[in-house]
Design a protein around this ligand. Structure first.
Ligand SMILES: NC(=O)c1ccc[n+]([C@@H]2O[C@H](COP(=O)([O-])OP(=O)(O)OC[C@H]3O[C@@H](n4cnc5c(N)ncnc54)[C@H](OP(=O)(O)O)[C@@H]3O)[C@@H](O)[C@H]2O)c1
Length: 345
């Protein structure tokens, strides 16, 4: 059997999602090699508090996870060169692919947006789970990627590894997306469901943190920012809208009390944080707010960390995507599926 071609990757961010991806890759790498004749070699890792390193010989990812778990500096990994900070990594390394998993910034998408722009401009493919850059600059980044002959893929930006962007791109050719409605934020769904069963708001947040599904800044989940940025990303990519997250008519779940949930249940309803988008004259109107929906409806039936997105289309009527009880592994899968999409071209 011939040796697999080495594809060089570098990580920007090495937290919950990147580590879940690495665990998945450890299980799937033989399949990737046999299907695509490719083996990944990690030549750089950039973080915020743990430093940034590069290595032309390849970084042992078990060493990397060990260092992060001990809260040590990445430069303690053998044969690694200090790259300074995250932008420094792009100064000294030109991998084939950047895997970007740094935290959400719902106000301008930075610094991830700048890192992605820079990587694409250098002719590096980018796979990302970060919804911020998609919501602020999808059209710009896609144009830049096309110009440089590389790909910008971000399936994990909405509903983890469940196909949303890929579904429309690969499976609904010629169909226009007229609007959408969904439960897109796992943390608030977990909190509302937990409160229904008598748990406190704080206990539910702790549960989401322990599961690694909460945003680093949990107010971005609770105040509806995460869902608003996802709605904006959907409107930009699927509907061609030029819209910003702060234009979303947004309310979070902080004001939802146990009494509201009891009242909704008495009426056969359940309260969910619902994101909606629909085409209006020359644009897309976006809302994110808690709504009472029938418990037996598609929107009302998603429990725990589950998500649902219903697309309103011209040729296919309504198409629903349901992701049941996703964990961090499904977000890791989004990165693997995006990498495979790149390998296929
Ligand atoms: N968790 C989920 O279930 C989920 C699902 C879908 C999408 N996402 C998205 O995935 C991304 C990452 O989530 P996560 O849960 O993996 O976050 P996380 O555990 O907080 O990890 C974030 C990583 O990014 C690094 N980082 C932070 N700021 C940086 C900067 N300015 N430059 C370089 N590196 C930086 C951190 O380094 P230090 O540790 O050294 O500070 C850490 O390694 C977010 O955009 C989130 O919205 C998450």
């Amino acid at each position: 059997m011939s040796k697999p071609t080495k594809v060089e990757i570098a990580f920007m961010g090495m937290g919950n999602v990147a580590q879940a991806f690495l665990q998945l890759l450890a299980r799937q790498h033989e399949w990737v090699e046999s299907m695509y004749g490719v083996a990944f070699k990690t030549v750089g890792i950039a973080t915020r508090r743990h430093g940034s390193v590069v290595s032309s010989t390849g970084i042992d990812l078990r060493d990397c996870i060990d260092v992060i778990e001990k809260d040590a500096h990445l430069t303690t990994i053998p044969d690694c060169i200090d790259a300074g900070d995250a932008p420094g990594l792009l100064d000294v390394a030109t991998p084939d692919i950047i895997v970007e998993t740094i935290p959400l910034n719902p106000h301008d998408g930075e610094p991830a947006l700048g890192y992605i722009r820079r990587a694409l401009d250098k002719g590096i493919h980018v796979v990302s789970v970060n919804k911020g850059p998609v919501a602020f600059a999808y059209q710009e980044l896609k144009t830049l990627a096309d110009l440089r002959g590389v790909q910008y893929r971000f399936e994990g930006a909405v509903m983890d590894g469940a196909p949303v962007f890929n579904l429309v791109e690969y499976c609904l050719p010629g169909t226009s997306i007229l609007g959408f409605v969904g439960v897109l934020n796992s943390t608030t769904n977990l909190i509302l469901g937990g409160m229904e069963s008598g748990k406190s708001f704080e206990d539910c947040i702790d549960e989401a943190r322990r599961a690694g599904i909460a945003e680093e800044n949990t107010s971005y989940d609770i105040d509806g920012w995460d869902a608003a940025v996802k709605a904006t990303a959907l409107a930009r990519v699927l509907m061609g809208a030029d819209v910003q997250p702060h234009q979303v008519n947004r309310a979070g779940i902080a004001e939802v009390s146990p009494e509201h949930l009891i009242q909704a249940a008495a009426e056969g309803n359940v309260i969910k944080l619902i994101a909606r988008g629909h085409a209006v004259d020359g644009g897309v109107l976006l809302t994110v707010r808690p709504e009472a929906v029938p418990i037996s409806s598609t929107l009302g039936s998603v429990r725990g960390t589950s998500n649902v997105l219903i697309l309103h289309t011209d040729l296919m009527g309504e198409v629903a995507i349901v992701e049941t009880d996703p964990t961090i592994e499904q977000t890791g899968y989004a990165l693997l599926s995006d990498l495979i999409s790149i390998l296929k071209t």
